[in-house]
Design a protein around this ligand. Structure first.
Ligand code: 5RP
Length: 229
């Protein structure tokens, strides 16, 4: 999936603000999506003015974007840790719990974030919610027997959709599929749903991100930002 420069003062402001946080010699984790796109653009600008960093990426599209802008992108296996990862989110609540994976990169994003000293989240104001679940929860699933995996998820009460792109099943950078799951009509906390869903064989990862967000930068339609520490 590639993200082009769609006009959004809110996303652009959040991305640009995050780019200011990056310091010389950092290893930077690159998120994926239209907000991360603006962060990467901001980072490229700063690198052209002399900032020295190296990056690792959560997707092929962000890797390409960064490389095209002259940023060196390393293999995750070749580094010890990431200093700071900057990534978007589809929903974030006031406890900084998130749903991610709208762009299909949730598994790599979680691996990258987990290896990072800090995850800085960049969102526009529409992503801040009182309760998670309006946005369907993406699950990365193994293609083998995915129809069976889907039925197992439905048996637990969830509504499901196999993600498609141009009428074909969407395939992640890891060669897997995405099943988007509705849980809003069910009782239980996001943590309860995480436990149920992660226990279904074939489900590799969920788009729930708990206890991972550090600072959260929220851009608004006027291009102003609010920062949650
Ligand atoms: C990709 C993601 C994105 O961070 C999330 O979908 C938000 O995207 P955008 O910034 O385009 O709204 O999790 O897998």
């Amino acid at each position: 999936m590639s993200f082009t420069n769609q006009k959004s003062p809110a996303k652009e402001a959040a991305g640009a603000e995050a780019a200011k946080l990056i310091q010389n010699n950092m290893i930077v984790g690159l998120g994926t999506g239209s907000t991360a796109f603006f962060f990467i653009q901001g980072l490229i600008k700063r690198c052209k003015k002399g900032l020295k960093i190296k990056a690792v990426s959560s997707s092929k599209s962000s890797e390409q974007l960064a490389r095209d802008g002259g940023i060196e992108v390393l293999d995750l296996n070749d580094i010890e840790k990431i200093d700071m990862t900057v990534d978007g989110s589809d929903e974030i609540d006031h406890q900084k719990r998130m749903i991610k994976g709208g762009g299909g990169a949730l598994l790599r994003e979680k691996i990258v974030v987990n290896a990072s000293d800090e995850m800085v989240v960049i969102v526009d104001e529409s992503k801040v919610v009182d309760e998670l679940g309006e946005f369907p929860l993406p699950l990365e699933v193994v293609p083998f027997g995915y129809e069976l995996t889907k039925k197992q998820i439905e048996k637990k009460g969830y509504r499901t959709t196999v993600r498609k792109k141009e009428n074909e099943i969407y395939i992640t950078d890891n060669g897997n599929y995405i099943i988007d799951v509705q849980f809003k009509h069910l009782s239980g906390t996001p943590e309860d749903h995480e436990e149920v869903l992660k226990n279904i064989p074939g489900v590799l990862e969920t788009g729930f991100f708990f206890n991972l967000a550090g600072r959260v930068i929220i851009g608004d339609h006027e291009g102003k930002v609010e920062i949650w520490k």
